[in-house]
Design a protein around this ligand. Structure first.
Ligand code: ZN
Ligand code: ZN
Ligand code: FE
Length: 763
C-alpha cells in the first residue's frame, strides 16, 4: 500500500541545493513524485510505502543541505497517482520571487579538499565553489537567483562545468557561481599605478611582497582588504598612517585555528564561531606575550581574528603566512572599495600592490564581528555571512522600511513575519556612505520584492537617515525615539510584545524633549513607551566635540559635583589641562552656549576615563569608555554608594556622588584599575535600583537590555547577574548588535505597532 503527500517547505530552500537533495533522498528510497520551486519555497509530492516516506521526511528535517534553513514543513495527504519516477520540475520564473536568498558562505570542506588536491581539475583555483558554499548576496544583481542575474553572467560555463551544473547527483548541480580554470574568473597582481605585473603565480608573488613588508590591497568577497604581515610593527604603522585610522583595532586573519590559539585564548564556542560558515571576526582575549605588532590593537585586551573564508584567502595564507592584518579597504570612514578601478584610484595612496580579480562584487558587505559575552555569541557588526538571513518575528507585520540611526548604520525591511536587516553601511557622515545607504535600500527592495507602506526613522533632525526619510513622499512616515527602538529591537528578537522595563544605555540619541538621551530606563512594549528613569542631565559642552574630547565631559561632571570648587580637587586632569582652557569651557557651561543637556551613559564612562587621566581626547566614539573597561582590575570590589531621586514618577540617577567618590579614591592613591572596577559595579547598581523601584510601582519583572554601552563585557555580564539576583528575568540581544547597528530592527517593528495603536485611536 502506497501513500502520497504534498510537502511544502519554507525558509532558505532555494539556491542552496535543496531540490537535488530532495531528488537524491527520494531516489535512494525508490519513492516517486516531483519537486519544484514555488513562490513560497519548495513544494513536492512524494509517493511510496509508509516506512520509506517517514524516513524521507526525517531526512528532510535532519540532513537538509548545509546552507538551507527550514522555517516550516507542511505535510498534506493526497490521493496516490502511481507515477513512475521522481523528477525535478522546472520552476516558473515569476514564482521564485519571494524566496529567501542565501548569504555569502565560506568555502566548504569538500571544495577546500579539492583546492588542495593536485589531481583535482580545480587544484589551486581561487574561485572554487559549489552548492554548499561561495558567493551569493554580494554577486546577485536581481532575482530570480540565476547565473544571468549575477556578476558571473560574463563567464560562460565550459563543458565540464556545464555537465556538473546539469547533474542532480553532482555537488555543483545548479551552483550558479560554478567555475574553473578554463571558464571562470582569474586573479591578477597590479602595482600602485594600476599596471599589471606579469607573474605566473600572482598569489605566491603577493605572499612574497607581504613578507617583504609591503601593503597589498586584496579583493575579497564583499570588498577589498588592506593586508600587511601582522608581526611587522613598522608596516602596521605605515598602514595606519596612510589609511588615517589612528587607533581603532585592526582585524587579523590566520591560516588555521592552531595559529589563532598561539595568539589568543579560544573557548570552544569561539572556535566554533571562527570555523562557522559565516566566518565572522571573533574578538578573542590576547595571549601575552604574542608576536603581533603592538599597533594592531593598542589599549585593547582583545584581538579581532578571522579564519580565511574564500579559496583565494586560503591559497594566500597557505604560502606560509602566519597572521595578516586584514582591514577594510577604505580611507578613514568611507565605504569599503569593491571595483578594481575604484580601488586603484581610492586606495592608490595606501596600498603598494593590488591583488585583484575579474568577478565583480555587486554589493559591498563588510566582515561581521562577534564576541562571546555572558553565555552567548553577540554580533557587534552583522554583515557578510549573515545578511540577508531574516530575523523571524512573532507575527506578521506591515511592510516597513526602517532607516537606522547615524553611526554603524543598517537599514531594515520587513515582509510578513520576517525582518531583513541590511549589511553594515557605516557611519552616515559623508556623501559616499549616503549613496551606499540609498543603493542598499533600492537593492534590498528589489531582490526581496518589498514595497514598504511605512518608513521608520530616528527623531534626530540632523541624521542623514532622518533627512532621507523625511524627503520621501506618498508614504506614511513614523518617527521612532532612539532608545525606544533599542528596547523594541530586544523585544522583537525575543518574540515578546508585552510591557517590560527597558534599559537603553548608549552614547547618544535624540529625546522626545529635544535633549540628548543615553542613560534611559523605559517602560514599554512594541507600540509605546514611557520614560521612567534616567541619568541626571548635565551640559554637553561643545556638543559633538565632547564626544571626541572626553576631558570636556570630565569638566562638566566636576562642575556638576563641585561647582566653582572644582579647581581645589587634586586631579591629574587639572594638571595636564591649562586653566584658561577649562575656564573657557566653564563659561560655555554656565551660559549654556553650545551645551545641550545630556543623560548619556556613554559620556559618563568617557568622563570618568578622562577624570582618572586615562584618555583626554579620543580617535573614535567610545574609545575612552572602551579603554576604561580594559584597564579594570579583577579583584572583588564594592560599588560606590548611589543616589536615586524621583519625582513625577521619573527616577533620576545622580552622577555627582559617583564623581565625588572617584575623586576621593584618586586622592587616596587608589589605582585606576580598582576605580574602574568600582565604577562599573556602581553603574550596574544604580540602574538595578531604578529597576527595583519600577517593579514596586508597576509589577513588571522583565528587563530588556539595549544600546551600545552593553558592548562592554563587564557591564552586560554584571548587569544580567545583578538583575537575576534581584529576581528579574533579563533579555539581551544576541541576533542583532546591541549598538546602533541593530537599531533598524527596533525601528521597523515599533513603527508597525505605533501605527496600529494610532489606527485604534486612544483607548
Ligand atoms: Zn563547496
Ligand atoms: Zn569550467
Ligand atoms: Fe544608540
Amino acid at each position: 500500500m502506497n501513500t502520497r503527500y504534498r510537502v511544502t517547505i519554507q525558509g532558505i530552500v532555494q539556491g542552496v541545493g535543496f531540490r537535488p537533495f530532495i531528488y537524491q533522498q527520494a531516489r535512494a528510497r525508490r519513492l516517486t513524485g516531483f519537486v519544484t520551486n514555488t513562490s513560497h519555497g519548495v513544494e513536492l509530492e512524494i509517493e511510496g510505502p509508509d516506512p520509506a516516506l517517514d524516513d524521507f521526511l526525517r531526512a528532510i528535517r535532519q540532513e537538509a543541505p548545509p546552507l538551507s534553513r527550514i522555517t516550516s514543513i507542511q505535510v498534506q495527504p493526497l490521493p496516490t497517482e502511481g507515477d513512475g519516477e521522481f523528477q525535478i520540475r522546472k520552476s516558473r520564473a515569476q514564482e521564485t520571487r519571494s524566496a529567501l536568498i542565501s548569504p555569502d558562505t565560506a568555502v566548504c570542506p569538500d571544495c577546500l579538499r579539492e583546492l588542495r588536491d593536485p589531481l583535482d581539475r580545480r587544484y589551486r583555483y581561487p574561485f572554487i565553489n559549489c552548492t554548499n558554499c561561495g558567493p551569493r548576496y554580494t554577486i546577485i544583481r536581481d532575482i530570480p537567483y540565476d547565473r544571468e542575474k549575477t556578476t558571473m553572467a560574463p563567464f560562460a560555463l565550459c563543458p565540464a562545468c556545464a555537465a556538473e551544473y546539469a547533474d542532480p547527483f553532482n555537488r555543483r548541480f545548479h551552483a550558479q557561481p560554478n567555475a574553473c580554470w578554463q571558464c571562470g574568473p582569474q586573479v591578477a597582481l597590479h602595482d600602485q599605478g594600476g599596471g599589471r605585473i606579469a607573474t605566473p603565480d600572482p598569489l605566491a608573488e603577493t605572499a612574497r611582497l607581504l613578507q617583504e613588508g609591503w601593503i597589498v590591497a586584496v579583493k575579497g568577497l564583499g570588498g577589498f582588504h588592506l593586508a600587511v604581515e601582522a608581526d611587522r610593527e613598522e608596516a602596521v604603522r605605515r598602514l595606519r598612517a596612510r589609511k588615517q585610522r589612528e587607533e581603532k583595532p585592526l582585524a587579523l586573519m590566520c591560516p588555521d585555528l592552531e595559529t589563532v590559539r598561539s595568539l589568543a585564548w579560544v573557548e570552544e564556542e569561539e572556535a566554533e564561531a571562527l570555523g562557522s560558515r559565516e566566518r565572522p571576526i571573533v574578538l578573542l582575549r590576547k595571549k601575552e606575550p604574542n608576536p603581533i605588532a603592538p599597533s594592531v590593537a593598542p589599549g585593547n585586551r582583545y584581538f579581532g581574528v578571522m579564519l580565511p573564508y574564500t579559496p583565494l584567502h586560503y591559497l594566500l595564507l597557505d604560502q606560509g603566512l602566519e597572521a595578516l592584518v586584514m582591514t577594510s579597504g577604505n580611507l578613514s570612514e568611507e565605504p569599503i572599495c569593491i571595483d578594481n578601478d575604484e580601488a586603484f584610484e581610492r586606495l592608490g595612496g595606501i596600498a603598494d600592490y593590488f591583488l585583484v580579480h575579474n568577478r565583480d562584487i555587486h554589493l559591498r558587505s563588510d566582515d561581521s564581528i562577534v564576541q562571546r559575552v555572558s553565555g552567548a555569541l553577540r554580533p557587534l557588526r552583522r554583515s557578510r555571512g549573515f545578511v540577508p538571513v531574516p530575523i523571524f518575528l512573532a507575527e506578521p507585520i506591515a511592510p516597513v522600511l526602517a532607516c537606522g540611526a547615524e553611526l554603524k548604520n543598517t537599514v531594515c525591511l520587513t515582509k510578513g513575519d520576517r525582518a531583513f536587516i541590511s549589511q553594515h553601511i557605516g557611519d552616515l557622515e559623508n556623501l559616499e556612505t549616503l549613496n551606499f545607504f540609498k543603493l542598499t535600500i533600492a537593492h534590498l527592495k528589489q531582490i526581496l520584492q518589498i514595497e514598504p507602506e511605512v518608513i521608520a526613522y530616528d527623531l534626530h533632525p540632523d541624521y542623514l537617515s532622518t533627512r532621507f526619510a523625511l524627503e520621501q513622499t506618498g508614504i506614511e512616515l513614523i518617527g521612532v525615539q532612539h532608545h525606544f527602538a533599542h528596547l523594541a529591537g530586544c523585544l522583537a528578537e525575543h518574540g515578546l510584545n508585552e510591557k517590560v522595563i527597558g534599559l537603553s544605555l548608549d552614547g547618544s540619541g535624540y529625546g522626545t524633549d529635544g535633549q540628548i538621551w543615553g542613560g534611559e530606563v523605559l517602560v514599554g512594549d512594541l507600540g509605546s513607551f514611557e520614560r521612567r528613569g534616567h541619568l541626571e542631565y548635565l551640559p554637553l559642552p561643545g556638543g559633538a566635540r565632547a564626544i571626541r574630547e572626553p576631558w570636556r565631559m570630565a569638566v562638566s561632571y566636576l562642575y556638576q559635583a563641585y561647582g566653582e570648587d572644582l579647581f581645589d580637587q587634586p586631579l591629574p586632569l587639572l594638571k595636564h589641562c591649562e586653566r584658561s582652557k577649562i575656564e573657557l569651557l566653564l563659561q560655555m557651561i554656565r551660559k549654556g552656549i553650545n551645551s545641550p543637556l545630556t543623560s548619556s551613559c556613554g559620556r559618563l564612562f568617557d568622563g570618568v576615563a578622562a577624570l582618572i587621566g586615562l584618555k583626554e581626547t579620543v580617535a573614535y566614539e567610545g574609545q575612552a569608555a572602551m579603554e576604561l573597561e580594559m584597564i579594570q582590575g579583577g579583584d572583588p570590589e564594592a560599588p560606590y554608594a548611589v543616589e536615586v531621586v524621583g519625582d513625577a514618577g521619573v527616577y533620576r540617577i545622580l552622577p555627582q556622588p559617583i564623581i565625588r567618590r572617584v575623586v576621593e579614591d584618586l586622592g587616596r592613591g587608589i589605582s585606576r584599575e580598582r576605580i574602574s572596577r568600582r565604577f562599573h559595579l556602581t553603574v550596574v547598581e544604580a540602574f538595578t535600583r531604578v529597576c527595583v523601584r519600577l517593579r514596586d510601582d508597576t509589577g513588571l519583572e522583565k528587563v530588556a537590555l539595549g544600546g551600545g554601552v552593553f558592548q562592554n563585557r563587564t557591564l552586560l555580564t554584571e548587569m544580567e547577574a545583578r538583575l537575576n539576583r534581584e529576581g528579574f528575568k533579563v533579555y539581551s540581544k544576541s541576533l542583532v548588535p546591541t549598538n546602533d547597528g541593530g537599531i533598524s530592527l527596533g525601528q521597523a517593528v515599533a513603527a508597525h505597532y505605533i501605527r496600529q495603536n494610532n489606527r485604534k485611536g486612544p483607548a
